[in-house]
Write a protein that binds this ligand. Structure first.
Ligand SMILES: [Mg+2]
Length: 226
């Protein structure tokens, strides 16, 4: 795919896995929460994992999935507090800041668009300090739909007026790229290296990058080929 930057006005960026290392989120939900829940309920870890993974799966593709208040209530654990216990794992992927600086320099309209809950967002913005690089931050909880929902990208227009054919979206979720494709967002980028500890993936359907450096033109030009 050839990226012609003078044909792009708006850049929509997902947070977890795309800009930030998903190792934090994967470790948190798959290891840390089951371990704490097991202790709290006097259960063994194997049972806790199986029980919680089933619960998590039951809320996939809904806003509950990322709603910390929902999980605090459902699991009877202080989820925001548990997140703080492992916040040292929150990290920005390599070359993200360089890419955000490039976009700023190019005067693009840059938005963080995330399914993350406001409490997760607060913690991550405090820890990474990337908030000021964006024209704005929109949580799916404000929109009232998750990005997995086909209606999301239309509904987003009430928050960010954007022209789909002059817009780029980068995501580590192919599902979200599919819903964006249905709304005809033109430049769809799959971030295959979503976690520092997982094997990088390649999408069969979408242009894949492993690092955002790949989108920055070399020699100050206006195009990049991926
Ligand atoms: Mg993501």
């Amino acid at each position: 795919m050839e990226i012609l930057w003078n044909e792009i006005d708006t850049v929509l960026l997902d947070m977890d896995g795309t800009l930030l290392d998903r190792h934090f989120d994967d470790h948190f939900w798959l290891e840390h929460v089951p371990a704490r829940w097991a202790v709290h309920n006097g259960m063994d870890l194997t049972f806790a994992r199986e029980h919680l993974y089933n619960l998590f799966r039951s809320q996939e593709n809904t806003l509950n999935w990322t709603d910390l208040d929902y999980w605090s209530d459902r699991l009877k654990l202080d989820i925001p507090q548990l997140k703080k216990e492992v916040e040292h794992l929150i990290a920005i992927h390599p070359f993200v800041v360089e890419f955000l600086l490039f976009l700023k320099h190019q005067r693009k309209s840059v938005w963080l668009v995330t399914n993350a809950h406001s409490k997760t967002l607060d913690l991550k913005m405090k820890k990474t300090l990337i908030g000021p690089y964006f024209d704005g931050i929109i949580s799916a909880h404000q929109v009232g739909l998750p990005k997995e929902d086909l209606r999301f990208w239309q509904a987003l227009q009430s928050f960010i007026p954007y022209d789909p054919v002059r817009t780029m979206l980068a995501e580590d979720s192919e599902t979200n790229l599919f819903t964006a494709a249905a709304y005809a967002i033109k430049y769809l980028i799959y971030v295959g290296r979503y976690s520092s500890v997982a094997t990088p993936q390649t999408s069969q359907r979408f242009a894949t990058i492993h690092y955002f450096q790949q989108l920055i033109p070399v020699d100050g030009g206006q195009s990049a080929t991926i």
